[in-house]
Design a protein around this ligand. Structure first.
Ligand SMILES: [Zn+2]
Ligand SMILES: [Zn+2]
Length: 145
């Protein structure tokens, strides 16, 4: 099966050769900032299962261990991936059929906004500092003014 997605303006398109898994909302501060939203909706595929089929995203290194891809023309967040390991994520909202993935977990809930009430019954996990992909992470986040 092929799952497809892309950005708002259509200049960047991708295809997944396998069904995405591990669909989650990440509430961590980096994902909030990267998505410009109250959480990031992400779903996972293996790196070799993701092909950019039209255009190429621009990448921002949000830390020394990961990068985030987005359309340089319309700004749609498309991708999150650690350098290590074989998994990366695409944004749920950039899928052509986001209704075909099902939410599995919440992550980074230590930063979940206090007024956001989760009523979906899905498991909630705090960010894991012991994740081997994130060891030695130095964030490139602006702390703002
Ligand atoms: Zn675009
Ligand atoms: Zn996150």
């Amino acid at each position: 099966m092929t799952v497809t997605g892309g950005c708002q303006c259509g200049r960047v398109r991708y295809a997944l050769s396998a069904e995405p898994k591990g669909t989650h909302f990440c509430h961590c501060r980096m994902c909030q900032r990267a998505a410009g939203n109250v959480f990031a909706g992400l779903t996972g595929v293996k790196k070799d299962e993701l092909t950019w089929t039209k255009g190429e995203p621009a990448f921002y290194r949000s830390s020394n261990v990961a990068q985030r891809g987005f359309c340089r023309d319309c700004g749609t967040p498309l991708y999150f991936g650690y350098d290590k390991g074989n998994w990366n994520c695409v944004t749920i909202g950039s899928l052509d059929h986001p209704e075909e993935v099902a939410l599995e977990t919440h992550y980074g809930v230590e930063s979940k906004l206090p007024w956001l009430e989760l009523c979906d019954g899905m498991p909630e996990h705090e960010s894991d500092d012991t994740d081997p992909r994130a060891i030695g992470m130095v964030s490139n986040q602006s702390e703002g003014a």
